[in-house]
Design a protein around this ligand. Structure first.
Ligand SMILES: NC(=O)C1=CN([C@@H]2O[C@H](COP(=O)(O)OP(=O)(O)OC[C@H]3O[C@@H](n4cnc5c(N)ncnc54)[C@H](OP(=O)(O)O)[C@@H]3O)[C@@H](O)[C@H]2O)[C@@H](O)CC1
Ligand SMILES: [K+]
Length: 484
């Protein structure tokens, strides 16, 4: 698992560390990391380092100081460096002196045109963790004139450091070098896109950090958590997943959710609903019945996709919530819960529930999301005493106790009709196997996204192709576990 820490936690850790090391040490370590990545990008985009040109966009604080020191290091490798000062009277003095000593050029924003046009790489040191709001007009104008790839120092300027929100001009970086750990800006929403490839440079601050504010799973974590049957297991011990989804008119959701549960490795899938014929036709291994009341025993239920929001869907959801087993409630089930909160009374308080809304369903259930997605999902998880998984380019998964897991999409190909049904089937499969519901939601989100990416291979796909690709995705994460 990789941690993500808020700027508040990072600053506190930085203060503790600063007290133990000579002044300027952390900035030079940080800047050295920036210079290393800059050299790598120059090699990649301009075929070498020496003789290439770099422009530094330098703001008023330490972020600009990092950029200036990085410029000084790059000068030693024969790079032509020009610093563009956005706020000359507040420029980091030591950094500026270091760049000048190393033979760097310094210009003010008004005369930056030639340096920006000639640059093979631009380093964004406009603003870092003290950033508020979008780029101010002077900075925005310069950034708009950039054509070379941008390397962001700590974070892309103009993005909100703690929410990743972008509501005006902001830097779009090819890569970002950050210090000590990832911050929310690197993994949330638009911020994740604007950050480009994120490189974390250790500067010592990481040793001072408390428990992370959010975590990201990697392939090996998912591979280790995904259940693998042992010699003692049989289909019942592996877990039976109930799927209450779809309808005679809309059988697709039932077929996709049941298929994903099968492919996710559950021991048996019991389908209950009016799409039984369609499910049997596509997945003969599924035991299909017409109603949840005669479905037989299951260890977890997936409920909602395509069940409708009328009386029949209401009764299905009520039955499932009172069954005393973990439930993944998606789509129409969420709309039903939003419309009739009394449905929650059917749930035994100890029964784990995983809610998987998209943004519209989330708003119906818990109100508008606002710019701070993580805070909104945390509040909803606490309010409904459920795991809440908010879908998006960054999927945010909150536990009622405040823990948050995020999953970053590899591409947007999986954003297709029926994709959510696949996700809920995977979650159901893990819940039935007894995986912790918060981890189950995180692992399912990871495998869902990976399956989409593997199926797509750079071209559009339908949700059925994602179901087909689940075994490939599972092989990939299991291989990562083996190789460490
Ligand atoms: N954490 C660590 O361990 C280490 C951190 N280090 C580095 O320090 C950085 C944080 O530095 P920092 O606190 O000096 O402020 P920073 O982000 O440079 O902002 C400067 C000023 O910009 C302004 N401003 C605000 N918003 C703006 C906007 N939208 N557009 C334009 N301007 C805007 C605002 O001033 P204002 O004009 O509002 O008075 C603000 O005070 C951090 O990101 C990392 O790079 C490393 O050196 C070593 C280890
Ligand atoms: K920056």
């Amino acid at each position: 698992m990789r941690g993500v820490w808020t700027t508040e936690a990072v600053r506190a850790a930085e203060q503790r560390l600063m007290a133990t090391v000579p002044e300027g040490t952390l900035m030079r370590r940080a800047a050295f990391g920036v210079a290393g990545q800059a050299a790598r990008l120059l090699t990649e985009h301009a075929g070498g380092v020496s003789g290439r040109r770099v422009a530094l966009l330098v703001g008023a604080g330490s972020n600009g100081g990092d950029a200036l020191w990085a410029g000084a290091f790059l000068r030693r490798r024969g790079v032509g460096v020009t610093a563009v000062l956005l706020n000359p009277e507040r420029t980091h003095a030591e950094g500026l002196a270091a760049l000048r000593r190393a033979g760097g050029r310094v210009v003010e924003a008004g005369s930056a045109g030639a340096a920006l046009t000639a640059a093979d790489l631009v380093v964004d040191g406009i603003v870092g963790l003290s950033g508020k709001g979008p780029l101010r007009p002077g900075a925005a104008e310069l950034v708009a004139a950039v054509t070379a790839p941008v390397l962001a120092v700590d974070m892309p300027s103009g993005v909100d450091p703690d929410t990743g929100a972008v509501d005006g001009p902001a830097v779009r970086a090819a890569a970002t070098v950050t210090f000590g750990c990832r911050k929310p800006v690197h993994v949330l929403g638009a911020g994740a896109v604007h950050s480009g490839t994120v490189h974390v440079v250790e500067i010592g601050v990481e040793r001072e950090l408390p428990e992370p504010d959010m975590v990201l799973l990697d392939a090996a974590d998912v591979g280790a958590a995904w259940p693998v049957p042992g010699a003692e297991d049989n289909k019942y011990r592996r877990g039976v997943t109930g799927v209450a989804a779809g309808s005679a008119t809309y059988p697709g959701a039932a077929v996709l959710a049941s298929g994903a549960a099968v492919q996710g490795g559950t021991g048996m899938v019991r389908y209950a609903g009016t799409a039984a014929d369609a499910v049997r036709a596509r997945w003969p291994e599924v035991v299909a019945t017409g109603s949840v009341t005669d479905a037989g025993r299951v260890q977890a239920w997936v409920v909602g996709p395509g069940v409708g929001t009328g009386g029949a869907g209401h009764d299905v959801l009520e039955h499932v919530l009172s069954a005393g087993v973990p439930v993944c409630a998606d789509a129409d089930a969420i709309t039903l819960l939003a419309r009739d909160p009394d449905l929650w009374d059917a749930r035994d308080p100890d029964t784990p529930v995983v809610l998987t809304p998209h943004e519209g369903e989330f708003a119906r259930l818990a109100g508008e999301i606002g710019p701070d997605r993580v805070a909104a999902v945390r509040r909803a998880a606490e309010r409904f005493r459920s795991i809440v998984l908010l879908k998006g380019h960054t999927t945010v998964i909150a536990h009622p106790d405040g823990r948050v897991l995020v999953n970053l999409a590899r591409s947007a190909w999986p954003a297709t009709a029926g994709s959510g049904d696949v996700l809920s089937g995977l979650i159901g499969s893990l819940l039935a196997a007894g995986v912790d519901p918060w981890l189950a939601a995180g692992c399912a989100a990871y495998v869902h996204d990976l399956a989409g990416d593997l199926a797509a291979e750079g071209a559009p796909i339908g949700a059925s192709a994602m179901v087909e690709a689940v075994p490939d995705a599972l092989r990939t994460v299991r291989a990562a576990t083996v190789t460490g």
